[in-house]
Design a protein around this ligand. Structure first.
Ligand code: ZN
Length: 287
């Protein structure tokens, strides 16, 4: 039978198939092949002996939390208290894009803004929409509920972004263990917490936030560049095919920035990310 691993405790894999769960063991051959089934994996299993026979190819996987085949990540971005951070939002977008996951942005706490602040924030919201991202406000509860069907979803966003408030409004019985996770991370790199997928609105939702602690894991500066999605619209007009849109002459991205088509904050995030990445690389070789 075919099913989906939704939970892992010790060596017991809970497999969901046709709305029934089976607690299965993994066959030794996975250990020999150096493959461990992950939560999120689609598997072929023997429902009589409760053994996982095969793991179907993965679309993607995250290391922390350990989960595969994620379809979408809902980023909760606070516009006030904590203040809106284009840098943080752009960082999450780039990492999520790189992992072939669809980002969805939910802006929160707009009710805390005065008129001028609201106008300013709308410039950003409209820009993210314009470059192709699905964006919602945290008051769009009915629309957000419809996003989960037949998908594996993870939530992300900084502490205090209004993630818990949104989850409560969505009536997701969480459980999203934000505080427990961050405490666990503080205890050292080897602490792992297994994720569980909860059935919500005809889809599956990870009970542990994703992406926030990844820091461009596995990405090169070229990967960072290639995941600023709107840059890809114009880059073929750069003089150099491998243009990093930084010091180069005749750069279409810098041209679009001057014209006001690319948002200043996006370009600043971009330079900041590649610079940090290069510095990190440099110091690694100094030590
Ligand atoms: Zn360029």
């Amino acid at each position: 039978m075919e099913g989906r691993i939704v939970k892992l405790i010790s060596n017991d894999y809970t497999v969901l198939s046709n709305e029934t769960t089976y607690v299965c063991k993994s066959r030794g051959k996975f250990r020999n092949m150096n493959i461990s089934p992950l939560v999120g994996d689609k598997v072929i299993f023997d429902d009589k002996n409760n053994y996982i026979m095969d793991v179907l190819p993965r679309k993607n996987f995250l290391i922390r939390p350990s989960v595969s085949n994620i379809d979408q990540a809902i980023i909760v971005a606070s516009v006030k208290d904590p203040n809106f951070s284009t840098n943080l939002l752009d960082k999450l977008l780039v990492m999520i894009e790189f992992n072939s996951v669809k980002p969805i942005i939910v802006f929160s706490k707009l009710d805390l803004l005065n008129k001028e602040e609201l106008e300013e924030i709308n410039v950003y919201i409209n820009y993210y929409k314009f470059i192709g991202y699905d964006t919602y406000l945290n008051t769009d509860i009915e629309e957000i509920r419809k996003l989960f069907k037949d998908k594996i979803t993870v939530f992300t966003g900084q502490t205090g972004s209004g993630k818990s408030t949104l989850l409560n409004k969505l009536d997701i019985r969480l459980s999203i263990k934000t505080d427990i996770t961050s405490k666990a991370l503080g205890r050292g790199k080897h602490t792992t917490r297994h994720v569980e997928l909860l059935t919500m609105y005809d889809g599956l939702v990870a009970d542990t936030p994703g992406f926030s602690s990844m820091e461009f894991y596995g990405m090169s500066i070229q990967d960072i560049r290639d995941n600023f999605i709107e840059f890809n619209e114009y880059r073929e007009n750069c003089k150099y095919a491998d243009c990093m849109h930084d010091k180069e002459v005749d750069c279409a991205i810098k041209e679009k920035l001057k014209e006001g088509i690319i948002l200043q904050s996006r370009y600043e995030s971009y330079l900041n990310f590649i610079e940090k990445k290069v510095l990190k690389w440099y110091y690694q070789f100094q030590l």
